[in-house]
Write a protein that binds this ligand. Sequence first.
Ligand code: SF4
Length: 391
Amino acid sequence: MIMCYTTNQPIITNKKPMRISYSALEAYKNCPLKYKYQAIDRIKTPKSKEAVFGTILHSTMKFIHTPGILSPTLEQAMEFFSNSWNPVVFASPEEDRAAFVQGVKIIQDYYRQNNPADFNIVNLESRFQIEIGEGENKHIISGIIDRIDRTEDGFEIIDYKTTKKMPVQERIETDMQLTVYLSAFLSYYPEERKKLDKIKVSLYFLKHGVKLTASRTVEQLKEAENLFLETIKSIEAGNFEPNISPLCDWCGYQNICPMWKHKYKETLKIDSEEITALIEEYIDLKSAISLTKNRLMKIQEDIVTYMNQEGVERVFGKNGIIARSLRVTYKYDEKQIQNLLEPLGKWQEVLKLDKTALKNMADLLPASLKKEIEKAKIEDKKTSSLIVKKG
Ligand code: SF4
């Protein structure tokens, strides 16, 4: 049965709620198009070596902490890791060896820093489903919490990470995943809501041997819920724009993604030497234009300096004359114009929203009002241009 995490009552609703996993929501936030390929079109891609490595380490951590009479020794943990190892995903024996050695080091370091017998484990890899939103906007988020410990005065929710990069502490203070996990925990332990400050949420970065810990407030839980509801709204509205980011390097959909598939020319129906030549020529011309523009600006500066020095307004070359021209721009006195046009009923016609002024002013407004202004944005016209990125 699905429970509401705010009331801890079963959900009863006529509208079918959207069921979405936390990882799918995160995928959408990183790239809506990738989410579509994955969750809507259900296009399968091979698991990356990083994902396989992470899965093996997660199951090893589960083995280490599975409650029993005796906790597994380092040797037993190594044996488990070794038996779970999957060399098939690695491109070469060298890559396989390096990843295996890294895994061994992670487990050794883990045992050096932690004694598994010291922890009071409440749950491992526990699946959850929580309801967010109200009325017609009820949705269900699911996920898996790696580990929940009972601490001296409360609980600790831990998620293992096998990423190369470790974020700064501030990121942990607002990490969405941990906030959702805490909401899920509270839906099963509602009485703990009164002692939020006694519940820690942590990300354990296994490659670094570092655990970063924070806690959450009721406001943060509500904020996260609103953010997810907005994300779900955007999915329901069918917004699936691609988002180029460093994560594209690990995306298995590059060969079908409009932002990348031209790199995989064999998948395109139309390609020819002619278009290849045109692409090269366009890039070359664009960079020539930019060089020319810079040179023109420099020459203009020098000529103006010369004109000032010599007190001349025109200079003569073999192929033409360069004259200095003065351009004056004017603006209208708003009050006077209003006085003239209002009696004729024409004033409203000339009043147009100044987008730049609105944007500058919006930056100074409270966040809620800024959001309302954003919501009032409607598409005017769409134009496309070509942007050249060298390299
Ligand atoms: S390649 Fe990048 S832009 Fe394209 S779907 Fe994947 S993540 Fe999105």
